[in-house]
Design a protein. Structure first.
Length: 298
């Protein structure tokens, strides 16, 4: 009899405990941050002379895709920004995109936790999503100004990057190149084609095999790893936001379906167990020889 009572209590606890669908992140995940940003002129680097990193005021990470029609409006907004204090990295995180880069996909999903494009990340702090919000870029950019610091020295000589710093855990090198848009044949000069990440303790990194005459910019960031906590830079809706897997034929649909089946199984189980609660309560009271109220027996 005691075993039966324990079983009833255990079933009730199972019903009441919250279930997880396998989505989201742990609350104790480390918050990421960008400490410093430096840029290099590739023409200087190709001459094999010593090139000193230049500072920038704003770093914009633009997540796009050639198949994404709303992204054309955002690209036009960036082209017309007409500011010399901005450095732009254009990421293509969709496997269906001609200029797809797996490292950009990792930054898109794991570092920023995004689902769709277009997205504009301002200095690792602000976020604009969709073409309507991108129209506010010029107005809101100064609200996310940063005092970058961390690199105490940084240079490239004979293709080797050297640095010293007093902050940060990782050094990321983003190399952009000219790429022609798959559908409208326009030049895209800021597309990330190569990404290298190393420990800050390394202090040197050979970049010679990644830099050529097609290179348009070399951007070096000093970062702490984890998930960035971004705040919205707009009060407008994110209309025109397109999921990156909408046309991504290479995405593993099997894993996606398994996740949906798992969620459905949890929902069905929860509903089934909830329907059994009155019967379980009646059984528990009967086991304790308690009277059953007439309203419960109807």
């Amino acid at each position: 009899m005691r075993f039966r009572k324990a079983l009833v209590c255990a079933l009730i606890l199972v019903i009441l405990l919250p279930s997880s669908s396998g989505h989201g992140n742990d609350n104790d995940e480390q918050s990421a941050s960008i400490h410093d940003v430096k840029t290099f002129d590739p023409q200087c680097v190709l001459t094999n002379q010593t090139c000193i990193g230049s500072s920038t005021t704003h770093l914009i990470e633009y997540f796009s895709a050639d198949w994404c029609e709303p992204c054309n409006l955002v690209s036009a907004e960036l082209e017309g920004l007409n500011r010399n204090d901005v450095t732009i990295l254009q990421h293509h995180p969709s496997p269906a995109d001609l200029h797809f880069l797996s490292d950009s996909k990792f930054r898109f999903e794991s570092t920023y936790g995004f689902w769709g494009v277009p997205d504009l990340v301002l200095n690792g702090e602000g976020l604009l999503t969709g073409p309507s919000q991108s129209l506010e870029l010029g107005r809101v950019l100064d609200n996310f100004s940063r005092e970058w610091s961390g690199f105490t020295s940084i240079s490239i000589n004979n293709g080797t990057l050297s640095w010293a710093s007093d902050d940060g855990d990782e050094v990321h090198v983003w190399i952009t190149e000219n790429n022609v848009h798959e559908f409208n044949n326009k030049d895209q000069t800021r597309v990330v084609n190569h990404h290298i990440a190393v420990s800050n303790d390394n202090q040197t990194l050979d970049l010679s095999e990644f830099i050529n005459n097609n290179t348009t910019n070399i951007v070096v960031t000093l970062e702490s790893p984890g998930r960035f906590e971004l705040r919205s830079a707009s009060t407008l809706s994110s209309q025109g936001y397109a999921l990156i897997d909408e046309n991504a034929n290479e995405i593993d649909e099997g894993n996606k379906n398994k996740g949906q089946e798992y969620d459905m199984a949890i929902a069905v189980f929860g509903l089934s167990m909830a329907a059994l609660i009155p019967a379980l309560i009646m059984y528990a009271r009967t086991a304790r020889n308690e009277p059953i109220l007439s309203s419960e027996s109807e």
